[in-house]
Design a protein around this ligand. Structure first.
Ligand SMILES: [Zn+2]
Length: 235
């Protein structure tokens, strides 16, 4: 689940905020006032001075009704009857100190505190990294995932393996701007339930909507993540 989908999920379940709840999961049992904090690809459950970091991966979700024949990873029961069930999630408990070190909302592409100039600094500090890796680096673009990466590179016409030192500062500014623009399109499609296919130019496409060339697909970058690009448009 990438940042835009996580934020859409947060808005569906945020009614739990401020309610007194019991929280139960494997090795976790507590009671208190709950507040949810969306952060990048993670959802943070804050209760008192402790925090549970929830990672949804590819197929995790949180819903208000229990799914049949499936065991939730975590359940939140509010005193007023509201319930949340988390499925296929990995969980990690953080202390207040660990949370303070971890949480940097200015790096989150979906946060109102997102700061493009500090993003530029973080990018320029990694001159030998390729741009495909940078767009997956959670310290640089917290919340950006493989869909955002592929689409932003296609929209800005940059080859995924270009190194930062070989990209102009103007192009880096464009990549930063387009990351936010595309992420909000992605978010709106998730909120409307319209599906994201119409927002995609290259991800899982066969031909480039801009020039008609065949889209290439290969596992690229240090994490060998699947990458789609147009060999004619992206240089
Ligand atoms: Zn093309």
């Amino acid at each position: 689940m990438e940042g835009p989908s996580l934020l859409a999920l947060y808005h569906r379940i945020k009614k739990i905020n401020g309610k007194t709840c019991t929280i139960e999961g494997v090795g976790i049992k507590r009671k208190g006032q709950v507040d949810l904090v969306p952060y990048g690809k993670r959802l943070i459950i804050r209760e008192g001075s402790s925090y549970i970091k929830v990672f949804f991966g590819m197929s995790g979700t949180a819903v208000t009704r229990k799914l049949r024949n499936r065991e939730p990873s975590l359940t939140i029961n509010a005193e007023d009857g509201m319930r949340l069930f988390f499925y296929k999630c990995s969980l990690r408990v953080l202390s207040a100190e660990e949370f303070q070190l971890y949480y940097r909302p200015e790096t989150d592409i979906m946060d109102s505190l997102w700061d493009p100039s500090s993003a530029k600094e973080r990018i320029l500090a990694l001159p030998s990294d390729c741009i495909a890796d940078i767009l997956l680096n959670q310290d640089v673009f917290c919340g950006s995932g493989n869909i955002v990466k592929n689409e932003v590179l296609w929209r800005t016409m940059v080859h995924p393996l270009r190194r930062i030192e070989d990209i102009s500062v103007e192009k880096i500014n464009e990549i930063i701007e387009e990351t936010i623009k595309f992420s909000y399109l992605f978010y709106k499609a998730r909120v409307n339930g319209s599906g994201i296919r119409s927002t995609l130019g290259v991800y899982r496409r066969r031909t480039c909507p801009s020039c008609g060339s065949d889209i290439r697909k290969e596992n690229l970058g240090s994490g060998k993540r699947v990458t789609y690009w147009c060999p004619s448009c992206q240089k």
